[in-house]
Design a protein around this ligand. Structure first.
Ligand code: GLN
Ligand code: ZN
Length: 758
């Protein structure tokens, strides 16, 4: 039987971030919607043709998005929250972007992390009145366009169970699963329309299958897929990001035509699917890692696939483990990477080539791809034997780590007292999360320095001028604890990665984070070592400009790990410890330079949680340990802050408390402070700054709104432990908006302070 190759999704931002630029120009009112849609069409078409040229048999259509694929499902299914006032008709682009980004009078829909990735999706909002209707033609138009180009299209949809599961109830006493009967008729309609367009296969993504699911949701699968069968298309039920073999019996009985499983991050589950008889279905094997950038060991992959093919009676397909959304586009654009390291890598385009190669090997025999296999073996060997990877000093330090290296000298109560004496802060101290608007001047100076158009001294004075100005602005606004503003950083991980040994970085290795926002994760390929201080000069300079305390600003070891492409040749826990030691050295240097408060950001702390609860404990153990090693070298009177954003922390509060940071700032404004209840219930022991306004939206909140949130916080949390801050860094905002918002925030804190003290 021939093996087909297919792809689950291609990065949509464009190899040179064309979509980002087009979106941002449009949002600024500098281009028309038609111009934006033209760019989008060009990217989409280019992606299809490229996949076709690479030799991929079935090409995903519907994976593209202007902002987010979950929001696209919301638009397709007409599940527009009532607060956006849409009563019918198709979804305009204004409405679409209003849901994504908020408007003058409506906050944006909530955003949260897509499983354990650093991609953020727009959370569907449900209440008992939610109705569904086919409300967008976008998918069907894209299918028509693809077919017109001769693309062998496979339509992509998020499945009904995952769609409901990924959303949230906005009214109590109601369960979103109850909406399933209302939802399924619309799915049927969609499938029928797809079939009418002559598309045979629909990839129906149900990634929630890699989670622990309650019985009611499992029953929902049976119900839904019995309803959705026989609509004219063949359904490929698609799972990824982990094992699904805990649902083996359910999967076997679902009336779908095919099943995609991830056998890259979890090779073990292949066995379960081969042992159990799945031969009535097409089995798609996600054997190329869609989330990391290492070149695959093609010989080994081919062996596994050939064995699977000889044991499996049904049809086998080959694919990446998940959508390539999480991978940069094209390695050939990287001209500056060390050739040795480059040889170890594969981005989306190269991964598709690997898939095409494996397809060829399976269909035409190993001989037909002999040269490629040899090159792959050689790349593998060069990586294992390279002297770039191993650093004995690092290994020795890890071996010598003792219990006391992850403990502060005294418990928090003692430290709190000493810190209060040292800093003498008012009740409800105000601060920010670290970054300030990255103005054109800042970006230009950084770019010029990179291109050697600015000398070191010119760059230094440009950045110092920015820092000085930001300190002045913060003093004018009346903030209590200042920051230097991070003008020298393009990205909170890349900035550190560039200065550490063991890291490589790319020119165009962009990955979408949310909407038009992209990150360029550095590549962790070897043992991590900090040759010299990374931030001390900037922080020292900022502190020299003010009598108020300036927080040193670092990225924590867990976030460094989660937002990098990590080694696949040692456990993540080992890499985390190596990173922790590098940060620890920086913390020590900052303290010695007279910086009294040091913030170690861990926005990705929760992101690292394994998808299934049974795997949480070992992760939390090493993640907490890494943070504590990074932060525990300091004296009692040095105040350690940490910051986390976007997350639900309810279930990991004990671990967050165990980090033992003196102050934590968290995102709460988008979820309207619901998170606080959890901190109160758990009686979080240290100080806390719940974000009082949402920086992810251009909307400046009313002072009354902020004051309300702040009052709510002060009713829940002892005001002596309460800080006042926005919910994240301000680098994506502009100055006028930032200044207005921060001024309101400081005024609110003052108002409440005087009430509390009266
Ligand atoms: N200090 C960082 C900033 O302000 C934190 C960013 C984040 O939490 N993602 O930009
Ligand atoms: Zn944040």
């Amino acid at each position: 039987m021939t093996t087909l190759t297919h792809n689950l999704g291609f990065p949509r931002i464009g190899a040179q971030r064309e979509l980002k630029k087009a979106l941002e120009t449009y949002w600024k009112g500098q281009s028309s919607i038609d111009q934006l849609l033209t760019t989008a069409r060009e990217i989409r078409t280019g992606n299809w043709l490229l996949q076709q040229k690479t030799g991929i048999d079935l090409i995903p259509v519907g994976d593209f998005s202007l902002y987010d694929h979950v929001l696209d499902m919301t638009a397709l299914l007409g599940a527009i929250p009532q607060r956006f006032g849409n009563t019918g008709g198709s979804i305009s682009s204004d409405l679409y972007f209003a849901m994504a980004r908020g408007t003058a009078d409506q906050p944006a829909m909530e955003m949260t992390k897509w499983f354990n990735t650093n991609y953020h999706y727009i959370v569907p909002e449900f209440d008992s009145n939610t109705q569904f209707r086919l409300a967008s033609d976008r998918l069907f138009q894209e299918i028509e366009a693809a077919k017109a180009l001769g693309i062998n299209a496979k339509a992509v949809l998020i499945g009904p169970l995952s769609y409901l599961h990924l959303g949230k109830e906005i009214t109590p006493d109601f369960q979103r699963l109850d909406l399933l009967p209302r939802l399924l008729p619309v799915y049927r309609e969609i499938l029928q329309k797809i079939a009418a367009l002559g598309v045979e296969w629909v990839q129906i993504d149900e990634p929630i299958l890699s989670l622990d699911l309650e019985q009611s949701w499992l029953d929902g699968f049976t119900k839904a897929y019995h309803t959705l069968r026989d609509n004219g298309c063949r359904l490929l039920l698609t799972t990824y990001f982990g094992t699904v073999d805990h649902h083996l019996a359910l999967l076997k009985n679902l009336p779908v035509n095919g099943l995609h499983i991830d056998v890259s991050s979890v090779q073990e589950q292949l066995e379960s699917f081969l042992t159990e008889d799945f031969s009535d279905k097409t089995l798609s094997l996600g054997c190329i890692d869609g989330r990391n950038i290492w070149h695959a060991d093609l010989s080994q992959k081919l062996n596994t696939l050939s064995q699977a093919a000889s044991r499996f009676a049904g049809e086998l397909w080959v694919a990446p483990s998940c959508s390539l959304l999480h991978c940069p586009v094209d390695l050939t654009l990287e001209t500056k990477l060390e050739p040795e390291i480059r040889n170890w890598l594969a981005f989306s385009v190269q991964k598709l080539e690997e898939i095409a190669t494996l397809g060829c090997g399976l269909n035409q025999g190993r001989e037909s791809i002999k040269a490629i296999l040899l090159a792959s073996d050689e790349a593998r060997r060069s990586r294992t034997e390279s002297s770039r990877i191993y650093n004995p000093i690092v290994h020795q330090r890890i071996d010598n780590l003792a219990e006391r290296d992850s403990q502060r000298t005294h418990p928090f109560a003692t430290r709190k007292h000493l810190q209060q004496q040292r800093f003498n802060l008012p009740l409800l101290p105000t601060t920010t999360i670290g970054s300030f608007p990255q103005t054109a001047t800042i970006r230009q100076a950084r770019a010029a320095f990179r291109k050697n158009e600015l000398s070191h001294l010119e760059y230094l004075s440009a950045m110092r001028a920015e820092i000085q100005e930001m300190i002045r602005k913060q003093e004018e606004i009346g903030l209590d604890v200042l920051v230097h503003g991070e003008p020298e950083r393009n990205d909170m991980v890349e900035y550190f990665g560039e200065q550490l040994w063991g890291y490589a970085f790319t020119e165009n290795g962009w990955v979408q984070s949310y909407g038009s926002r992209c990150v360029k994760p550095p590549i962790l390929y070897g043992d991590v070592y900090r040759p010299k201080a990374m931030t001390v000069e900037w922080s020292k300079y900022a502190q020299s400009q003010t009598r108020k305390p300036v927080k040193g600003m670092l990225t924590g070891p867990v976030t460094m790990l989660m937002w990098s492409f990590v080694r696949d040749d040692q456990p993540r826990s080992t890499t985390a410890l190596q990173l922790a030691l590098a940060i620890r050295d920086e913390v020590t240097d900052l303290e010695n330079a007279g910086i009294g408060m040091i913030q170690i950001d861990e926005p990705a702390f929760r992101e690292g949680l394994p998808l299934r609860k049974q795997d949480w404990e070992p992760y939390l153990d090493w993640a907490v340990k890494a943070f504590r090693i990074a932060s525990s070298s300091v004296k009692d009177e040095t105040q350690i802050h940490t910051h986390m954003c976007y997350s639900e922390f309810h279930d990991i509060l004990p671990a967050i408390a165990e980090l033992d940071a003196d102050v934590i700032t968290i995102e709460t404004s988008r979820s309207r402070m619901e998170l606080l209840d959890a901190f109160v219930k758990f009686s979080y022991p240290n100080e806390i700054g719940p974000g009082v306004y949402d920086i992810h939206s251009p909307r400046v909140p009313d002072a009354s709104e902020m004051l309300e949130l702040l009052k709510k916080a002060s009713r829940h949390i002892d005001p002596k432990s309460l800080w006042v801050n926005p919910d994240c860094g301000l680098k994506t905002r502009n100055w006028p908006e930032t200044q207005t918002a921060l001024q309101k925030m400081v005024d609110c804190a003052k108002t409440l302070r005087s009430t509390l003290q009266a």
